[in-house]
Design a protein around this ligand. Structure first.
Ligand code: HEC
Length: 150
């Protein structure tokens, strides 16, 4: 009688500890996924850039919509940097996997900063958006400098 609940508990525990890689059928799927999510993120980030640098008129509603997408996308790429996905059509440096703590620290910083960007967009204050945008761009750059090849 007690076997079934303990079996369920064992399966649940196993699922929780599955490597992130198990979310993708093949390493190239993970590589494609992280690049695709970074690209969607960047597309909406650059739409914010056009307002921040005055190339298009500031529209708070458009800024809020784009910041919201950036925030949602910012959480997606990281599980796709799973072990065993370092080879193939990728510009990730091997250091992603040899310095995982540093990589995680920089991705956490980016996610936190993007939440601040989202909050800044919601204030409707262009000056606040500018400050948060530049800080966010700095978090992209600081990771790409170390972990992405050119
Ligand atoms: C913690 C590290 C890290 C942070 C933070 C980060 N990136 Fe990346 N990014 C990478 C790595 C590594 C790659 C290379 C992915 C690959 O080719 O496997 C990449 C690739 C990209 C690409 C190219 C995708 C492609 O199709 O080749 C774009 C665009 C991009 N990032 C935009 C951004 C933007 C915009 C931000 C900030 C809002 C950002 N990234 C923050 C690590 C990071």
């Amino acid at each position: 009688m007690k076997m079934i609940p303990s079996l369920i508990a064992a399966i649940s525990a196993a699922l929780l500890t599955l490597p992130a890689q198990a979310q993708f059928a093949k390493p190239e799927d993970a590589i494609h996924y992280r690049k695709a999510s970074m690209n969607v993120l960047a597309t909406h980030f650059f739409r914010l850039a056009t307002m921040v640098n005055g190339r298009v008129p500031y529209d708070p509603k458009v800024a809020i919509a784009n910041a919201d997408i950036v925030m949602k996308m910012s959480k997606l790429p990281w599980p796709a940097f799973a072990p065993g996905t370092d080879q193939g059509d990728t510009r990730s440096r091997p250091s992603v996997w040899t310095q995982p703590a540093k990589f995680k620290d920089l991705s956490d910083k980016m996610v936190t900063q993007v939440a601040a960007l989202d909050a800044a967009a919601k204030t409707g204050d262009l000056d606040k958006l500018k400050v948060a945008f530049r800080a966010t761009a700095g978090t992209c750059q600081s990771c790409h400098d170390v972990f992405r090849s050119n």
